[in-house]
Write a protein that binds this ligand. Structure first.
Ligand SMILES: [Cu+2]
Length: 169
């Protein structure tokens, strides 16, 4: 369970501007990425404050253009994944492609209406399978009670890389 991983933290603007944070940044040394304290505004006002953890899913996301790591949503009561965002040579992506949630969390997939008909299918254990639809605003929910790593696909676009994962810990 304890795999090697590295973490990238998106700092709140309030945290980044405090003297404490600056001090910590100085004493922590230069091995970490130093662009967090920069004034580019790139990450300081990010729309998400989730930690993004790089994690190897044994090649599961090799074809997935928008996979950038596991978004830590363990502190969220409700987690939504968009179905049919831009990616994988079309609107063939889940966003975020991978999330980490706490046991008992309900994940809602919400269709954007782009990219044609999609579905959300977990095949390894048959845990969940949504309708196949292109309807904008369509939602599908699944509550993850058990810890584990759940991989799912959109069947029509799996070969394009439209796959996702939910890590429950
Ligand atoms: Cu699809």
């Amino acid at each position: 369970m304890t795999e090697r991983f590295s973490r990238r933290r998106f700092l709140h603007a309030t945290v980044a501007s405090s003297g404490l944070a600056l001090l910590a940044g100085c004493t922590a040394g230069g091995s970490q990425s130093g662009d967090e304290s920069g004034g580019s505004g790139d990450g300081s006002e990010s729309t998400t404050t989730a930690d993004v953890e790089s994690r190897d899913f044994d090649g599961w996301f090799d074809r997935t253009s928008n996979y950038e790591g596991v978004y830590d949503m363990t502190d969220k009561d409700a987690v939504t994944v968009a179905v049919g965002v831009s990616g994988n040579s079309g609107a063939y992506a889940f966003d975020p492609a991978a999330v980490r949630v706490a046991p008992g969390t309900t994940v809602t997939w919400e269709w954007t209406g782009s990219g044609g008909a999609h579905n959300v299918v977990e095949r390894e254990n048959d845990s969940f399978q949504s309708e196949l639809t292109a309807t904008e605003g369509h939602t599908f929910e699944y509550t993850f009670e058990d810890s584990g790593e759940y991989r799912y696909v959109c069947v029509p676009h799996e070969t394009f890389g439209m796959v996702g994962a939910v890590v429950v810990e």
